[in-house]
Design a protein around this ligand. Structure first.
Ligand code: AMP
Length: 422
């Protein structure tokens, strides 16, 4: 029979490498919590309407990339392509705004997008995200950017590029869109097919088109930062000043628009040369209108998401995970036969109860093969148990690094290992 294979664009996370993910996730969780963010988990599927309303029907994500299906009752469901809309749905539904002040939340989870698969672009991928809900202040934008950059730096990642822009608000953006359209109209025929389609519906997406002709045309286009109203301009200036005060370098990119419709004012992205054409590690921005679009009270908010697969690609390429190792056993118990295993079981139990990683032979192999196995697993110590050891209730403990051996009673063994494991 043909074995069944996984779906293109999905990945197995195998025991051989899951420790790297755990390392990244543990660091991310610890830093998020240091900044006062608490975890939120929401369902993997939601009503399709949530993403249509939240992300925008005309975005690539919603119009081309969603995994949408009808359940048995005929309700249209979608596997989440991102989590901000879900988090805000949960925030509204659970009246989290009632607590007053701001809510600071983080998540780590799988997202699903039917994209063309390539390096760093999958159909099921994972994001770490942050949402700071309830503050209109520029310091909120700066805080999430600081958290993002400091976290990346804590992995040893320097020289990543932070790009920021302001995409305006509901007052100045429509005016800018018309100015942009006026500029592009005489060149309409030169735009690529996709951008011709975007011209009426979403002209700002033309700004980040990868097509060479579109890029050349856009080069001379009027930029939004010259057309911000006073409120957006002041906000953008304050965010820049705060980032400078935090010692965070950035580059202003007036062509940065991002793919999701809900952004207002600040938009930002972190890019790396290690990633090839999919060069964004993460990005985010302010989304002051989203909660209202989802049926809640106006609630200014800001957040970001980082792709964990992409983060790990960069860490691996920059050799920043070399020192991250899976946990190795402290003790490997090698035994000649079944009675010797039985004699050691209570000790193994005791050690494991103390949180000391202990392995016991599970295959009944020769002692030589068991020693090889202990070595392969990277065990710190080994004991070999036979008739003598069982009778005397003592073992010779071998340090696998130094080769030193010492004679210990069973009790001494437990005492010694509780004090000496790394
Ligand atoms: P977005 O939600 O589109 O703003 O994406 C935020 C981050 O998620 C990106 O910068 C990527 O790191 C990651 N990401 C988005 N789409 C994918 C994908 N298809 N495969 C892997 N990572 C992705």
């Amino acid at each position: 029979m043909e074995p069944i294979r996984s779906i293109k664009g999905t990945q197995d996370l195998l025991p051989q490498s899951s420790y790297r993910w755990q390392f990244a996730e543990n660091k991310i969780k610890a830093i998020s919590e240091t900044y006062g963010y608490r975890e939120i988990r929401t369902p993997v599927f939601e009503s399709t309407q949530l993403f249509k309303r939240g992300i925008g029907e005309l975005t690539d994500v919603v119009s081309k990339e969603m995994y949408t299906f009808d359940d048995r009752g005929g309700t249209s469901l979608t596997l989440r392509p991102e989590m901000t809309a879900s988090v805000m749905r949960a925030w509204i539904q659970n009246n989290l705004g009632q607590e007053g002040g701001v809510q600071k939340m983080y998540y780590i989870g799988s997202m699903f997008r039917a994209e063309n698969v390539q390096k760093g672009r999958l159909r099921q991928f994972h994001q770490w995200g942050i949402e700071l809900v309830g503050s209109p202040a520029p310091v909120a934008d700066a805080e999430v950017i600081m958290l993002m950059i400091r976290t990346l730096e804590s992995f040893g990642l320097k020289s990543l590029k932070l790009k920021i822009n302001s995409v305006g608000d509901e007052n100045c953006r429509p005016v800018y869109k018309e100015i942009l359209k006026d500029y592009l109209r005489p060149h309409f025929d030169q735009l690529c097919k996709t951008c011709q389609g975007r011209f009426e519906t979403n002209p700002m997406r033309i700004l980040d088109c990868k097509n060479e002709t579109c890029k050349t045309l856009i080069h001379q286009a009027p930029v939004i930062t010259d057309h911000l109203n006073d409120e957006c301009k002041t906000h953008f200036e304050s965010v820049k000043n705060l980032l400078t005060a935090a010692g965070i370098g950035f580059e202003i990119d007036p062509f940065l628009v991002r793919g999701l419709d809900y952004y207002t004012k600040t938009a930002f992205e972190v890019v790396s040369d290690d990633l090839g054409s999919q060069n964004a590690v993460g990005g985010g921005g302010r989304y002051d209108l989203l909660v209202e679009q989802l049926g809640g009270k106006p609630t200014p908010s800001v957040g970001f998401a980082i792709g964990i697969e992409r983060l790990l690609i960069i860490l691996e390429e920059r050799k920043l995970l070399e020192d991250v190792k899976p946990k190795a056993p402290v003790l490997f118990v090698a035994a000649f036969a079944q009675p010797h295993i039985e004699a050691m079981i209570p000790i193994v139990q005791q050690l494991r109860g103390l949180g000391i990683q202990t392995e016991i032979e599970l295959l009944g192999r020769s002692i030589k093969a068991q020693m090889r196995e202990a070595d392969r697993l990277g065990a710190q110590f080994v004991v070999v148990v036979g008739d003598n050891e069982m009778a005397q209730k003592s073992v010779s403990l071998k340090n696998m690094k130094t080769g030193d051996q010492q004679q210990l009673s069973f009790d001494q063994l437990v005492e010694f290992l509780s004090g000496s494991h790394e």
